[in-house]
Design a binder for this molecule. Structure first.
Ligand SMILES: [Fe+2]
Length: 391
């Protein structure tokens, strides 16, 4: 088996190849596997993926663009045959952290990428598990995909990444087909985040080195998935300084934690290195794209009953420009800065903040066991309550 650490020299030339950006926007083809714990459904306008019991709403484009978030309908069955020029997109929702994971494939070659995969973690028992990641593996296996890359939009603070686990498993599976393990990719500025949080949490320098990732992508760097699925890395700072979006063929942008769905608005900006003004600029960059471009966020947080809805995986640029509650046309930068700042001041810390950051700056690789102790340790800071002094 090819070891992940042997990847760099062998792919350097391949990493540098360039391609042309921005084809014409076109409708996506979305599908899920027909077997395993997923279902696939389809209506007249689009096909959508259903993650276990979580069903993605189906929007007719005309409803979405004129009425914002419309009623969803459920359907059944379908097998999708993608036109060669269109990516096949599998959105897979992880409900515990409200995370959208994506598998995006070139149907002409069955080469694929994974975007922002989740490693399950139970904070009450300090236990990591791989049910969610194994479901992604089953999806990939059922479609006979070869995974070329695992794309991280940023070092997440709310969930742990399954990138390293998936690289190991897929590396073993793909070695039989003489294909290297998938490259774990993230933005060039990850070093800023690794240094910041690595020092804060006492992560050994060699475990938080940039080499934890296989490829550091520059702004606007391009690469190809399969034969002709062109991808461009878009620097979208604000939520974090290293944050990237990934544009596929000019028609789809996987925007991570920048824009959320129009009824939620935008991602928080109060983590170290975050910037409300940067997020506003990143959002304007996204919303300057052609109206039909589909924006796929990193999370969705449906409200609780009685106003609950199903998680939604995409909205178009024009949907956001008309309906986004934080960033629609007409909301000024100063209005956004005031609103976002007030809102962030009321937000609590993510439940898995400390575990997530320590794992994610390692690209999801396990901490080394502590010498003389045996366990793999993560640090959780202790704070004193209001009015409680040192003793
Ligand atoms: Fe995030």
């Amino acid at each position: 088996m090819i070891k992940p650490r042997q990847l760099h020299a062998g792919v350097a030339k391949w990493e540098k190849r360039t391609c042309q950006l921005l084809g014409q926007p076109s409708a996506p083809v979305l599908c899920g596997p027909r077997k395993y714990p997923y279902q696939v459904a389809q209506n007249a306008t689009r096909t959508y993926h259903v993650s276990r019991s979580i069903r993605e709403p189906v929007y007719k484009p005309q409803q979405l663009t004129t009425k914002g978030l419309a009623q969803f309908t459920t359907n059944s069955h379908a097998n999708v045959h993608a036109a060669p020029s269109e990516p096949v997109i599998h959105p897979v929702f992880e409900a515990n952290t409200g995370t959208w994971q994506y598998v995006v494939a070139d149907p002409s070659t069955n080469e694929a990428v994974i975007i922002d995969p989740v490693l399950d973690y139970d904070a009450s028992t300090c236990t990591a598990s791989t049910h969610t990641a194994d479901n992604l593996l089953a999806l990939i296996h059922s479609h006979s995909y070869t995974v070329d890359r695992i794309l991280e939009t940023h070092a997440h603070a709310d969930h742990l990444t399954a990138a390293a686990y998936l690289q190991l498993k897929l590396g073993a599976a793909q070695a039989h087909r003489n294909h290297r393990p998938p490259l774990i990719c993230i933005g060039r500025r990850i070093g800023i985040v690794q240094t910041l949080f690595g020092q804060r949490y006492g992560v050994p320098a060699d475990e938080r080195a940039e080499s934890a990732f296989d490829t550091l992508l520059d702004d606007d760097e391009q690469f190809v998935v399969g034969r002709a699925l062109r991808v461009t890395a878009l620097h979208l700072p604000g939520h974090t300084p290293d944050h990237l979006g990934y544009m596929f063929g000019g028609a789809h942008v996987f925007c991570g934690d920048s824009l959320f769905h129009p009824d939620i608005g935008s991602a928080r900006c109060d983590f170290p290195g975050g910037s409300v003004r940067d997020l506003y600029a990143s959002a304007r960059r996204l919303l300057a794209l052609p109206a039909a471009v589909r924006i796929w966020p990193g999370h969705d947080y449906p409200p609780p009953p009685p106003h609950s809805r199903e998680p939604v995986s995409w909205a178009t640029v024009v949907d956001h420009r008309r309906e986004n509650r934080h960033l629609r046309d007409g909301i000024s930068e100063e209005e956004f800065v005031t609103m976002r700042g007030e809102r962030d001041a009321r937000l609590g810390a993510p439940r898995l903040l400390h575990q997530a950051l320590q794992m994610n700056i390692r690209a999801g690789r396990l901490p080394r066991p502590t010498p003389g102790f045996g366990d793999r340790l993560l640090h959780v800071p202790m704070r004193l309550g209001p009015g409680v002094g040192e003793w």
